[in-house]
Every structure is written in structure tokens, then in C-alpha cells.
Design a protein around this ligand. Structure first.
Ligand SMILES: *[C@@H]1O[C@H](CO)[C@@H](O)[C@H](O)[C@H]1NC(C)=O
Ligand SMILES: *[C@@H]1O[C@H](CO)[C@@H](O)[C@H](O)[C@H]1NC(C)=O
Ligand SMILES: *[C@@H]1O[C@H](CO)[C@@H](O)[C@H](O)[C@H]1NC(C)=O
Ligand SMILES: *[C@@H]1O[C@H](CO)[C@@H](O)[C@H](O)[C@H]1NC(C)=O
Length: 730
């Protein structure tokens, strides 16, 4: 280390062997005095040859460059482009006439200190360097550079700001400096100050700027686009229909750019066979056959393509007379009787399994029903003679089990979907109120409040949740936490490594490793005075949206944006307040609150830019909210929302902005609401290919048909069914 310092110093001092750092006691021209000399020279030059004022070039940097250049020309008496010792000495005598104290330095010292190549003269470039005028440049066509990378690959962004003796490059993302952050994925600043991003994912998309240290005004913007090959799902995988009925084959594709969908029937492109009978809807995401005939039997391949890849899958259709039973037919009948594609509603009177298509209660587990493994009642008789259940939150574990919290019994029930039975109960800390399923690690997170005042909250984790039994309960060490957030997975992002815990009355969120359950870092929200209330995430650009409350009761505080690449606060999300909800694909963010008539919709562009789409005034505050995939346009959504105090249901078609109210619903469940209740008027969708939504009323359930945008039916006789889980294909 010491050695390199000496070498560096010598190199900077050129042939001078009396560097200012090592001057003899006797040498009067110290570094400070030398700096003073240069300042005086520039001042004199300004005085002698003032630069034209009011020109277009008012930036201090080019101004200084012009000044230094004019000084050089004046000193270069023989116009050779080189300042020799004698030229400097000659000038030096003139300067001394100006009664300025040069503190023992003379112009000759320029040669001593700044003759980099030690050739005994100074070029304009050396002169510029001596006066710290850098000639940095950036070609106009390089100001914005778009880089497109496929997810999973690495990329290098090279800064096009050039110039001799360019100071180190500073890289920023969302206005935050990346250098020295010690990031895992942006971990190397190369020899030429390039930015290396290893294993690019969609969170990395967005703008990266670079500039030379101290020269922020000259910056380049790299727009990083991330392409993702298509990922598809078809529905159903197979079906059997009788002749004459309509059949629908569906295919959902995600990817960046948006994949194009086409269908093959037994290997032949169907787009050439379109007719009244055979049609493609919603950009090819649905193949519809009006009235099936025997010859429609076949393997239909959905193919989704974009610039970076292809994905395909088969949906089979069998046309069979009901009298004739083929294997496929049998298989399908079994599927028809299957236990999947149902809503599970946890109500006062036990657990109700609802088939949405025909609005039937398929099964009802009464409070007296026994837990399979312990033979206890699922809802034991309380002090009052009535035997009713109290539920908090519930989660679906791989369409196999439902874990549901019983707050007053300090336990979590495990419901076996296949057997439609309560399999076992797991004892947890008092008052379990919120559950969340971490799919990536097959763990159910349980937040217990301790008591109704949340005075002793604790976080527990049930591991190996999808095994149904033999799980372990782990007590996490986190103290003082009263809420948590685990980002959702989707078709493109199927592994989530980090979650967040927070205390709703402390201005910070804390990042935890979901696998090791270790606290990684804390992100302070103090400077924005934000007390975090709720969070949402989009993998596009890697933003977290945080609903904030301010300690002093001001009107709703704006949400904060946190960048998941740098784990830093980017700033407020405009003036948008409320609870953020992201669409399953991460493209839309809808913000609304129970106490506000505002509803905002934002879209994340394929460059990771958050753009406003709509700001609406809604008749009431919003309680529950759900996204329903569009049946008319591929990769679009409608939003359905329950209103806080009105029976009606709001709907908004995101692609057009069309809104409406579904009336004829009944009054929402009345209080007393349990303190741990989620929104009283929850609204559940039915997954990727679902078309039904469910919301509870005071003594019934309402099913909404999202394809027809209409009320499907009311299932009566179910009181306070405020905990609802959808179970898809089993
Ligand atoms: C099917 O035909 C359409 C229209 O000609 C074309 O755009 C599409 O790429 C074709 N699909 C396949 C898989 O060949
Ligand atoms: C779907 O089709 C509509 C109308 O034809 C078009 O405007 C839209 O861009 C398409 N969407 C996708 C995702 O291809
Ligand atoms: C949350 O933070 C507040 C303020 O710092 C503190 O009083 C409270 O005890 C914390 N909550 C929990 C559950 O520890
Ligand atoms: C990224 O840079 C481009 C080009 O300067 C600009 O148009 C765009 O608004 C920027 N996006 C963000 C998110 O700042």
C-alpha cells in the first residue's frame, strides 16, 4: 500500500524530485501556495480577458475551460502548443509586477508539478489537468442507450462518458448510488468502471445512469429492458363433452414482450379454420367451439411465442356420447366429481364448501364435526350455550390443505381438501390472527397477537406445510413485530427469497431471509415520517409499495416506493395513498382505502416505469378488492371491489377505464367485527382461469360471474362467512 502511494506520487510529480509533499523545509512553494498561484492566475486572466457574458454557455465548467485555454494561448508566446520553461519564466517576471503575494511560488512551478510526461514543456491537455479542467464528453447519440437482456443472463453496462484522466464513474439507479452498496447481483465494478449485473431478473429493469465523480451534469442513461420467454398454462388439460354443447379451451401466457398465442389441432394451425363454429377470443387465449361434433376430438396445442422463446402445452378435447364410456370419459367424470374448484367459506356455523358454477353447498362441516387426529370438535362449545366458530385468516397450501387460524382457541386447523375433513390442529401462541403461505419454502407464517390489544405479538412458522402432518412449529426470534409481508409468486417469478416484517407504529421495515429466518437489514422510513401499514410488490422494476400513516393525524400520507435491488427508499409514490394491490402478473397497481373515495390505478411499463392510468372517485371507501382476468382481451384485467358501507360492488375494466356498479347485493356482515378481521367484506377471486368471485353478506354469500360481469347467485343461510379460500384444480 505504501509502495503504490509513492509510485503514484512520483508519477504525478513527473520529473520533479522535490514533490510538494516531500519539500525541503526551505522550499517556500507548498501545495497550498501552488493552488493559490493557480487561483491568482485565473483571476488575473478573468480580469484581463473577460469572457463574453450572457452567452449560451453559462455552465461553470465550460467557462473555466475557455478561461484556461485563453491563459494558455497568452502564455504560449511562440504559438507552438507547448509552454516551455523560458516562456513561463518570461511571463513570470510580468506577473510579479502585479503586487500579488504568490507565497513563494512562480509560474515555473507549473512545470515542476504538472509536466506529466516530463518532457520539459506543458501541452494544453496538461495545462487543463493542472487547472482541473476535464474534457469529458458524451456523444449525443449515447445519451440514452437501451440494453435488452434475457432473464437469467448477465449483462455489462459500459459508461460512454469519456475523457482523459476521467474520474471514477458513479452509477445510480432510481437516483441511488450503486457503488459501494455491496450488492449481491450488481457486485462488480470493472476496470473501466462498467456495471456488471449477474443473473438479470425482472426486478433489475429500469434506468441506470452513470457520470464521472464530481461531474454529475454529464450523465448517460442506460435503459435496461428484460425479456422473459413465455410461460403458459392451459385449462383444462382434458375435457369430455357431449355432441352439441359448447367447449372452451383456454391458454394463459406471460412473458416479456407479451407472447402471441396460436393453436394447433392435431398439428394443424387452427387460425386458417376460423368459422362461426370455431373462434379465438381474447387475443387467442381462448379457443371456443360453438357446438362440438365428433370430429372436434383432438389434441389442441397452445403455442405462445415472443422474441426470446416459445412455450407450448396441450389441452385435449374428447367428444363422447354420454352412453359410451371411454377411459377419457371416465377420467373426466371423476374430475367432475372432484373436490377442486371450490370456495371454502369459514363461517359462524362451521366450514362450507361452495361449488360456484351451480351455487350449491357441496359440503358443510358443522362446528360439532370432529378433528380427524384428535377427535375434538372443530369449534368446541363456548361459555354461551351456542356453538359457533370464530375464524381469522386462512391460506391455501398447494390446493391440498387449507390452514385456518382459530384466534380464540390459539390453534391453526389443517383442512384436508381431498378428504374434505379437518385433519389436525396445531397449537400456536395466543390469538393467531394472520396466516401467509410462503410457497417457495413450503412454510405457513403465523402471526399471533398475544391478546386483543396486540400487546405480545409473535411470529411463528409451520414448516413442511404441504405434508399435512408431521410439520414443525418454529418460533422466530423477531420481537416487536405486528405485521409481515411475503411477496406473492406468479408464473414468471416462482421463487421468493425475502420477506418483510414491521411494526405499524415504528417507521421502518425489516428484511428477512425466508429460508433461514434471519433478519438481514432494516430500511428506515423515518425521513418520510412513514409508519408502514400494508405492503405490495411488483417484480417489474422490483418495487415495493408501502401504505403509510403519519404519526400526527394528517390526511392520508402518500405511499412510499422502496427499490428491492438497493433496499432503499426511492420516494413517495406521487400523491397516491391507500392500500396497494398488485395484479397477479405485477403489471397493475390499484390503490384504495376504506376511508377514502379515491382509487388509483398505475401500470408498470416494460421498462419498469410506474405510469398513472386512472384516478377515480368511488362512491364509498373500498373494503375488499380482487383482480379478474379479462375474457375479451389477453393479459388484461377487471378489478372488482366491495364498498365499505354499501351493498353494491364496484367494477372497473382496466383496459378501457369503464366502471360500473353491481347492485342487488345485500348488506355486508354487521358488527361486532372481530378485531382481527381482515376487511369485513372480503372479495375472493378464483385463480388463473376462474370466472367467479365470492363475497359474504350478513347471512348469505354472493357469487359474481366475472365473465358475464353479473351476479351469479346468492347462497343463503351462511352467517358471517368472512374468511374465504379458493381451491383450484386438485
Ligand atoms: C398460425 O397461423 C397464424 C396466421 O397465419 C400465424 O400468425 C401463426 O404464427 C401460426 N402459428 C404457428 C404455430 O405456426
Ligand atoms: C389484443 O388484441 C387487441 C385488439 O385486437 C389489441 O389492441 C391488443 O394489443 C392485443 N393484446 C395483446 C396482448 O396482444
Ligand atoms: C411497536 O413500536 C412501538 C413504538 O416504538 C412500541 O411502543 C410497540 O411496543 C411496538 N409494538 C410491539 C408489538 O412491540
Ligand atoms: C428512463 O430514461 C428514459 C430516457 O431518458 C426516460 O424517458 C424515462 O422516463 C426514464 N424512466 C424512469 C423510470 O425514470
Amino acid at each position: 500500500m505504501h509502495l503504490s502511494f509513492v509510485i503514484l506520487t512520483t508519477a504525478l510529480c513527473g520529473k520533479c524530485h522535490e514533490c510538494p509533499h516531500f519539500t525541503d523545509e526551505g522550499d517556500p512553494c507548498t501545495m497550498a501556495a501552488y493552488a493559490h498561484l493557480k487561483k491568482v492566475l485565473l483571476a488575473l486572466q478573468t480580469h484581463r480577458k473577460p469572457l463574453p457574458k450572457g452567452g449560451s454557455n453559462q455552465d461553470p465548467l465550460p467557462q473555466k475551460r475557455l478561461l484556461v485555454e485563453s491563459l494558455f494561448k497568452d502564455l504560449d508566446a511562440d504559438e507552438s502548443g507547448h509552454l516551455s520553461g523560458s516562456e513561463l519564466a518570461q511571463h513570470g517576471t510580468q506577473e510579479q509586477e502585479l503586487d500579488e503575494d504568490l507565497l513563494g511560488c512562480s509560474l515555473g512551478d507549473l512545470l515542476r508539478f504538472d509536466d506529466y510526461n516530463s518532457d520539459g514543456s506543458l501541452t494544453l491537455r496538461e495545462f487543463y489537468t493542472a487547472f482541473q479542467v476535464l474534457q469529458l464528453s458524451l456523444a449525443p447519440e449515447e445519451r440514452v442507450r437501451v440494453t435488452t437482456v434475457t432473464v437469467g443472463l448477465s449483462t455489462v453496462l459500459t459508461c460512454a462518458v469519456r475523457g482523459d484522466l476521467r474520474p471514477p464513474i458513479v452509477w445510480k439507479r432510481n437516483g441511488l448510488t450503486l457503488n459501494f452498496l455491496d450488492l449481491e447481483d450488481i457486485n462488480d465494478f470493472g476496470e473501466d468502471d462498467s456495471l456488471y449485473i449477474t443473473k438479470v431478473t425482472t426486478v433489475h429493469m429500469g434506468n441506470y445512469t452513470c457520470h464521472a465523480l464530481g461531474h454529475e451534469e454529464l450523465f448517460q442513461t442506460h435503459v435496461l429492458q428484460v425479456n422473459v420467454p413465455p410461460v403458459i398454462r392451459v385449462y383444462p388439460e382434458s375435457q369430455a363433452q357431449e355432441p352439441g354443447v359448447a367447449a372452451s379451451l383456454r391458454c394463459h401466457a406471460e412473458g416479456i414482450p407479451m407472447p402471441r398465442i396460436s393453436w394447433l389441432k392435431n398439428g394443424m394451425n387452427v387460425s386458417t379454420q376460423m368459422s362461426k363454429q370455431l373462434s379465438l377470443l381474447a387475443n387467442g387465449s381462448e379457443l371456443r367451439i360453438g357446438s362440438v361434433r365428433y370430429e372436434d376430438t383432438g389434441a389442441y396445442t397452445c403455442i405462445a411465442k415472443n422474441d426470446v422463446g416459445v412455450d407450448e402445452d396441450i389441452s385435449s378435447l374428447f367428444i363422447e356420447d354420454s352412453a359410451r364410456k371411454t377411459l377419457a370419459n371416465i377420467l373426466w367424470r371423476e374430475e367432475g366429481l372432484s373436490v377442486g374448484n371450490m370456495f371454502y367459506v369459514f363461517a359462524d356455523d362451521g366450514i362450507v364448501v361452495v361449488h360456484p358454477g351451480d351455487c350449491e353447498i357441496q359440503r358443510h362441516l358443522k362446528p360439532t364435526e370432529k378433528i380427524f387426529m384428535s377427535y375434538e370438535d372443530i369449534c368446541p362449545q363456548g361459555e354461551e350455550s351456542s356453538q359457533s366458530c370464530q375464524w381469522a385468516s386462512a391460506v391455501n397450501v398447494r390446493n391440498r390443505y387449507i390452514y385456518v387460524a382459530q384466534p380464540t382457541l390459539s390453534r391453526v386447523l389443517v383442512v384436508d381438501v381431498q378428504a374434505q375433513k379437518v385433519l389436525q390442529s396445531i397449537g400456536v401462541d395466543p390469538l393467531p390472527a394472520k396466516l401467509s403461505y410462503d410457497k417457495s419454502h413450503d412454510q405457513v407464517w403465523v402471526l399471533s397477537w398475544g391478546d386483543v390489544h396486540k400487546s405480545q405479538p409473535s411470529l411463528q412458522v409451520i414448516t413442511e406445510a404441504s405434508t399435512g402432518q408431521g410439520q414443525h412449529l418454529i418460533h422466530t426470534p423477531f420481537a416487536g413485530v405486528d405485521d409481515f409481508f411475503i411477496p406473492p409468486t406468479n408464473l414468471i417469478i416462482n421463487h421468493i427469497r425475502f420477506g418483510f416484517i414491521f411494526n405499524k407504529s415504528a417507521p421502518a421495515i425489516h428484511k428477512v431471509d425466508l429460508e433461514t429466518l434471519m433478519l438481514l437489514k432494516s430500511i428506515s422510513l423515518q425521513s418520510h415520517g412513514c409508519l408502514p401499514q400494508a405492503m405490495a410488490h411488483t417484480h417489474l422494476g422490483g418495487y415495493f409499495f408501502i401504505q403509510c400513516q403519519q404519526s400526527h393525524a394528517t390526511p392520508a400520507a402518500p405511499q412510499l416506493l422502496v427499490d428491492s435491488v438497493t433496499d432503499s427508499v426511492v420516494g413517495p409514490n406521487g400523491d397516491i395513498a391507500g392500500i396497494p394491490h398488485t395484479s397477479p402478473d405485477g403489471r397493475f397497481v390499484v390503490s384504495a382505502a376504506a376511508n377514502s373515495p379515491q382509487l388509483h390505478v398505475q401500470e408498470i411499463s416494460r421498462w419498469g416505469e410506474i405510469q398513472p392510468l386512472y384516478g377515480l372517485r368511488v362512491p364509498q371507501g373500498i373494503s375488499g378488492l380482487a383482480f379478474q382476468r379479462s375474457f375479451t382481451e389477453g393479459n388484461q384485467y377487471s378489478v372488482y371491489a366491495t364498498l365499505e358501507t354499501e351493498p353494491s360492488l364496484l367494477f372497473l375494466e382496466l383496459s378501457t377505464g369503464k366502471t360500473g356498479l353491481l347492485t342487488d347485493l345485500k348488506a355486508p356482515p354487521e358488527g361486532p367485527a372481530w378485531p382481527w378481521a381482515e376487511p369485513l367484506r372480503v372479495l375472493r377471486d378464483s385463480g388463473l382461469f376462474g370466472q367467479y368471485l365470492l363475497t359474504p353478506a350478513q347471512e348469505s354469500l354472493f357469487l359474481i360471474n366475472g365473465r358475464q360481469n353479473a351476479l351469479q347467485c346468492e347462497v343463503s343461510g351462511i352467517k358471517r362467512g368472512t374468511t374465504v379460500v379458493w381451491v383450484g384444480e386438485v
